[in-house]
Design a protein around this ligand. Structure first.
Ligand code: HEM
Length: 398
């Protein structure tokens, strides 16, 4: 069977240009390897009650309906064991194939040039993308600049250290894309694809990025707190923060290791581990003493010179690999939250696995990044394609 409703024997209620199935509430399409679509005729397909849709082992099925599809109640889609939110299910790999065929090429050229001239760009962009997705979803809300009426996400204290290189790469790509295909490509998609390409460029795994995100209409500093982990939080709180966004402990460990195998942290983020740590010890006893001593020298003047910082992965700082996990066992974790991964019994076995097996880490990271990349995405009228990535298209004054 290639389609469920054949064009010639339309089984629904045919009312002119619409084909309606008013009473279907859930639909399971299972083990239909030849199935290409549910319906490929020319009518609009309307399923007003459909809320759940399962698809399993229908490897040839790439579209549900070739024409307009009206499913106002559709909220759950299970595709080959994965649960997709509706917005996410509307994203596609080839979203810009017709409207902006040069999209991928422009991103690739921009990313390559920037990373080669500024090797800190990859870590910068990965962190900014992660911070974007965890607050309001992957909708480029973190790129918005504050104005007199609105303190934007970017100016929340946890975001103050977000590196300029990431914002710069999006501006560069957006400028090139607006010349090639004006008004088509969202800032959220630019950030998502640039991140993937940069991760790959520094040696990390490839993962698929589905496209079609719209840019968000809300960006408020006051909505950031509680969505992002801080280095001094307990492991239970960190786990809960990730869980609230749908991530398992293993996914949290993979993502954190992926984020911290590159890039750097400012001294203030780990100063309590190297100065006046406790009444009995000047430095954190969990930290390798030579490492602690070296950090104390680097950070000696950190309160005045606030730019002072250290690599997150001291052994291979610019290479995306599993060294971060190996480091943790040597007391070379930089942040308290990094070190906690190897002391907490819930995360230690995962760190052991990733330290031993880089493939297992890469697979878990790739899978987790695919998941991060679709958190809270907005499609259709729930967002816009911004003209400039740092301002909404219309100024809000309330
Ligand atoms: C346990 C959860 C996490 C905590 C507590 C945490 C905290 C931090 C802190 C405090 C910094 C230093 C920022 C600075 O001083 O400028 C940092 C850097 C960084 N984080 Fe995380 N992070 C976490 C998870 C993640 C995740 C899941 C990712 C991405 C997938 C990520 C990506 C990065 C990157 C790439 C940097 C380096 C940025 C740069 O070099 O510019 N982090 N993180």
């Amino acid at each position: 069977m290639e389609e469920v409703v054949a064009k010639e024997e339309q089984l629904g209620e045919d009312s002119g240009d619409k084909l309606a199935f008013p009473s279907i509430c859930s639909l399971k399409l299972v083990n239909l390897p030849k199935l290409r679509s549910f319906y490929s005729g020319n009518l609009t397909l309307e399923c007003p009650s459909l809320s759940d849709l399962w698809r399993k082992n229908c490897t040839n099925m790439h579209t549900f309906s070739s024409r307009l599809l009206i499913t106002p109640k559709l909220s759950n889609i299970w595709a080959d064991g994965k649960t997709l939110k509706v917005g996410e299910s509307k994203l596609t790999l080839d979203y810009y194939a017709k409207t902006c065929p040069k999209f991928e090429q422009i991103i690739q050229e921009t990313v390559t040039a920037k990373q080669l001239s500024n090797p800190t760009t990859a870590a910068a962009t990965l962190r900014v993308f992660f911070h974007d997705c965890m607050v309001e979803g992957c909708d480029a809300s973190v790129l918005i600049s504050s104005n007199s009426f609105n303190k934007a996400e970017r100016d929340a204290d946890i975001n103050e250290s977000l590196p300029g290189d990431a914002f710069d790469i999006v501006i560069r790509a957006k400028t090139a894309l607006e010349l090639a295909c004006p008004g088509i490509v969202s800032c959220a998609d630019i950030l998502a694809l640039s991140t993937r390409n940069l991760v790959k460029m520094v040696g990390g795994p490839y993962y698929k990025v589905r496209l079609g995100r719209k840019d968000g209409l809300v960006s408020q500093a006051s909505r950031v707190e509680g969505n992002l982990a801080r280095a001094n939080m307990s492991m239970s709180v960190i786990i809960d923060i990730f869980k609230a966004k749908g991530f398992t402990i293993e996914e949290m460990v993979a993502l954190t290791g992926g984020g911290h195998t590159i890039g750097f942290s400012h001294c203030k983020e780990f100063s309590s581990r190297i100065y006046n740590h406790s009444k009995t010890s000047e430095t954190d006893p969990g930290m390798n003493p030579m490492f602690a001593e070296a950090l104390r020298k680097v950070c000696a003047n950190y309160q005045k010179d606030t730019a002072m910082s250290a690599f997150n992965d001291v052994m291979t700082p610019s290479k995306f690999d599993n060294m971060y996990f190996q480091n943790l066992f040597r007391g070379l974790g930089l942040l308290a939250s990094d070190h906690a991964l190897v002391t907490d019994p819930r995360t230690k076995p995962i760190v052991e696995l990733f330290a031993k097996d880089q493939n297992a880490f890469f697979q878990a990271f790739a899978h987790s990044m695919e998941k991060v990349s679709v958190v809270g995405v907005k499609t259709g009228r729930k967002g816009e394609v911004r003209n400039r990535c740092d301002v909404f298209n219309s100024i809000k004054t309330d």
